[in-house]
Design a protein. Structure first.
Length: 295
């Protein structure tokens, strides 16, 4: 009942993310098609293929697959540089995120069904996809970066720093799903993050050691792949920094997600989509603060 009352939060997340994604794809595709056709063809084509695979695997509803395709294309356009190589865009960390979450969701599916914790048969909803990918897309697009510009319009973030902030959000999205899915199967009885008292599986704010380690590993994988492909042309030391900051942000967001679950979500003030969106934002914010302190 409480979840139904908070459906407006899921709709709000979708309203924030999907129109921006659609507008980006609609506006950028004709320009790339005219100037560098390969970029438009591969961006739209690969995003569409990924959506078809997601539907075929029943990892998401058709609407969610469309949303994911639009955001993936948005992310790819925002991280495209010439000479163009599609694997040197945000497509690579997004694929890593999808594979990690798909595998972990299918892990121990029968046990999760018995516990009443299994994902819906039709897969993730459009709002879930928007909540997980939206913050990263806004960061890479430059919308968030424009807010950070000084009075002269000078951007205080270098390219590798933007990569670190955006990747932190993607790393958190992977860490959150993997930690909960693996923890439910292999983690045993979870403990509440705020009190460390044992709680039932599936309770908001419950964490397990194995689940947490799995989440940290997922964050590291997404951050590492992203640092390799998105830092092409940067000095080697910046790639290492991108990885460390993005991974650190992802892990911070993972614990922030559990904290929100144990407090605001448990009290019925936030639903899961809102928690996920805010958690990815916290990961990006953590990375941005670290960069600011480094300066």
């Amino acid at each position: 009942m409480a979840e139904n009352k908070l459906k407006w939060q899921s709709k709000l997340v979708l309203l924030i993310v999907l129109p921006a994604a659609a507008a980006s794809v609609v506006l950028r595709t004709p320009w790339w098609a005219e100037n560098v056709p390969a970029v438009a063809i591969l961006t739209v084509g690969l995003s569409a293929v990924l959506a078809l695979i997601v539907v075929q695997l029943r990892s998401a509803t058709p609407g969610a697959a469309f949303t994911g395709a639009a955001i993936t294309a948005w992310l790819m356009y925002s991280t495209t540089f010439l000479p163009y190589r599609p694997w040197e865009t945000a497509l690579t960390p997004v694929l890593a995120l999808f594979m990690l979450t798909h595998i972990s969701t299918r892990l121990g599916r029968e046990r999760k069904r018995q516990l009443g914790l299994a994902e819906r048969r039709q897969g993730r909803s459009a709002a879930q996809v928007a909540a997980n990918l939206g913050v990263a897309a806004f960061v890479f697009d430059g919308i968030v970066r424009s807010w950070l510009a000084d009075s002269r319009g000078t951007l205080p973030l270098a390219g590798w720093q933007v990569s670190a902030v955006g990747l932190a959000a993607l790393a958190e999205a992977a860490a959150d799903t993997v930690s909960s899915e693996v923890g439910q199967v292999l983690g045993g009885r979870p403990r509440m993050i705020t009190t460390l008292r044992q709680v039932e599986s599936g309770v908001d704010g419950g964490i397990t050691l194995i689940g947490t380690l799995a989440g940290v590993t997922a964050a590291a994988i997404v951050a590492a792949l992203g640092a390799l492909v998105l830092s092409t042309g940067f000095i080697p030391s910046s790639k290492w920094l991108v990885f460390r900051i993005a991974c650190g942000g992802g892990v911070f967001g993972l614990f922030f997600d559990s904290l929100l679950g144990a407090t605001l979500e448990k009290r019925g003030w936030l639903n899961n989509d809102a928690v996920n969106f805010l958690s990815t934002a916290s990961a990006a914010g953590f990375a941005a603060v670290v960069l600011a302190l480094m300066r």
